[in-house]
Design a protein around this ligand. Structure first.
Ligand SMILES: [Zn+2]
Length: 227
């Protein structure tokens, strides 16, 4: 017996693990909506909504936006994505995970699987300081592993590449501490529900993508076998 394909996924991992890149690609392949909380927050900021303005103060310091604000920004998109989604950057702590679970259960939905990209801490700082992002389309590049063809211009839209404030060295330590104290417990939250799949995050973008795809297929096989 085959099961329904997973439609509601969470992608987890430390900053710099490639969640955004992998999440976007998985979403395209699986025809799911890629819901990146960071992008949503930036969109609210650009439109100068009340939630966007409130979040801006925290975000520009590399601090986590308070849960109430983030939840109000992300939940409407989650509940509207009827054909499924990959959540990226949310839930970022157990409180958010619990809110997500209860909001989804009210409409008889649940997270099907959480994917955790595992990457050693000493590798992370190096990756983050190398990261550049397109100002226009938010495409992500790395100076060493995935550079743009033309110095600091985006390959997709020719927009200007820049380094986000929260990718600068002083903000990275804060983000890593927050990850270990706040977001890692989210992985345990899904592990306790038997919904966690761990993926080795060392390798090329392509290698990691293949691992993620295989894990989702294998997980499906295993489940259908058990059922
Ligand atoms: Zn671009």
């Amino acid at each position: 017996m085959t099961r329904e394909p997973y439609k509601r996924l969470v992608i987890l991992g430390p900053p710099g693990a490639g969640k955004g890149t992998q999440g976007k690609r998985l979403a395209e392949t699986m025809e799911l909506r890629h819901i990146a909380s960071g992008d949503l927050v930036r969109q609210h900021q650009a439109k100068r909504t009340s939630l966007g303005l409130q979040s801006k103060v925290y975000y520009s310091k590399g601090l986590l936006v308070p849960d109430g604000i983030t939840i109000s920004i992300v939940l409407p998109d989650v509940l509207a994505a009827s054909s499924g989604f990959i959540l990226d950057g949310f839930p970022r702590n157990v409180n958010q995970a619990e809110h997500l679970e209860s909001a989804m259960s009210e409409v008889a939905l649940q997270i099907d699987q959480a994917l955790l990209i595992v990457i050693p801490r000493d590798e992370i700082s190096k990756r983050l300081t190398d990261r550049r992002v397109c100002r226009q389309c938010e495409q992500v590049y790395h100076l060493t592993t995935a550079p743009s063809k033309d110095d600091d211009k985006c390959d997709v839209c020719e927009g200007q590449l820049y380094q986000r404030d929260d990718d600068k060295p002083e903000a990275i330590d804060t983000r890593l501490e927050e990850y270990h104290s706040q977001t890692k417990p989210v992985a345990d939250f899904y592990r306790d529900q038997c919904k966690l799949t761990k993926i080795d995050g060392i390798g090329s973008v392509e290698e990691i993508f293949q691992r993620l795809s295989q894990a989702l297929r294998y997980e499906g096989f295993e489940r259908s076998y058990v059922n």
